[in-house]
Design a protein around this ligand. Structure first.
Ligand code: AQP
Length: 332
């Protein structure tokens, strides 16, 4: 809470082309909070460099992620939309919080374990302390709620622990945030390996549906999605591929799993996959059209970046100043 306003905070890394996992698990839900909360949505470029990035691609994706936020319905007049590296307080608070976070806590983070297995040649300290930077992002704004996909829940819980530890030593410094996990799109799985999360950094482009994929590509990817040797569309244990497709269909149509089972009763997987592809392509078409318009005007996006950074900095400065004072840093 910041000056009697409830605060919502979340972010997306510009570490790859955004997927329908990012869309259904996170971005699509961000605008739900604009009425009740003061909302900050950040393009977290400092997080992205925990794995190697091509600089030109990182730059391009930073613009694209901001444009996608707006194309997905985030109104920059109602939400503070900005880029993490434009607000230096994030990195400064992260350093301080590093000194209040335990090695053992960070060692237990499943994302660190997964990513260090995937990037065995580059297990850098930033990958390990990623959740501390995320805690700094959230705590700088005195955040009440953090809408995220289920994969980020553990990091928000660590953020709560850090905030509570700090507050015990220095009372009333941080608001302790709650994660909000959207029930429908909480975990969208890979189309090729449906026991694995759909990720923008997946090397197999057929496993992932990107928000900006064209209609034919979307339909083709769903057509090729891994299923099982049965033929009936029903949600059940062991049917990970079909369960994932039903979840995606349900997210785009708002139909319940029971309704979907009824709708496709007696119809084969081929027909179902085509229907999933079509509803997904239909839902993304207006987002893609708006995205192209926004991306065509780079200077307007830069003006938005400046405006967002100014707004965010005002809040970030206040929290960092309070923390530094409590710690005993000398102000000059
Ligand atoms: N598959 C998913 N299902 C539901 N939600 C998801 N999110 C990501 N993938 C899924 C949610 O999207 C938000 C932004 O994610 P991020 O960019 O911070 O990083 P991530 O969670 O590591 O996402 P990726 O796509 O897997 O990125 P890479 O491949 O770079 O690591 C978060 O709220 C996340 O929960």
């Amino acid at each position: 809470m910041f000056q009697d306003q409830l605060v919502s905070y979340s972010g997306v890394q510009p570490s790859g082309n955004l997927t329908i996992g990012n869309y259904l698990g996170a971005i699509r839900n961000f605008s739900l909070y604009s009425e009740k909360y003061k909302c900050f949505y950040c393009v977290v470029d400092e997080h992205a460099i925990t794995v190697r990035q091509n600089p030109a691609e990182l730059r391009r994706r930073t613009y694209e992620t901001l444009a996608l936020y707006m194309a997905c319905g985030l109104d920059p007049e109602k939400n503070t939309l900005y880029v993490q590296s434009h607000v230096h307080e994030h990195a400064e608070l992260a350093w301080i919080l590093n000194c209040y976070t335990m090695f053992g806590e960070l060692s237990r983070m499943t994302q660190f374990k997964d990513k260090s297995a995937k990037h065995a040649d580059n297990i850098n300290a930033g990958l390990f302390t990623y959740p501390v930077l995320m805690a700094a992002d959230i705590l700088l704004y005195q955040t009440d709620v953090v809408p995220v996909g289920v994969d980020q829940k553990q990091h928000v819980e660590l953020c709560r622990d850090i905030a509570e530890r700090f507050n015990q030593l220095f009372p009333e410094t941080f608001t302790v945030p709650e994660p909000i996990i959207s029930q429908s799109g909480k975990r969208i799985m890979s189309l090729a390996e449906p026991t694995k999360k759909m990720s923008k950094s997946d090397e197999n482009a057929n496993a992932v549906v990107y928000i900006l994929d064209d209609r034919d590509t979307i339909i083709r990817k769903f057509k090729r999605a891994v299923t099982d040797s049965e033929t009936s569309v029903r949600f059940a244990e062991g049917k990970d591929g079909i369960n994932n497709l039903m979840t995606i269909y349900s997210c785009f149509t708002d139909k319940s799993l029971e309704d979907i089972e009824r709708e496709f009763d007696g119809r084969g997987y081929g027909e179902f996959k085509r229907a999933v592809g079509e509803v997904c392509a239909d839902a993304l078409a207006p987002v893609q059209a708006r995205f192209r318009e926004l991306l065509a005007d780079k200077s307007a996006l830069e003006a938005q970046m400046r405006k967002g950074a100014e707004e965010a900095s005002w809040y970030a400065r206040r929290t960092l100043g309070k923390v530094q004072k409590k710690l005993g840093f000398v102000k000059i």
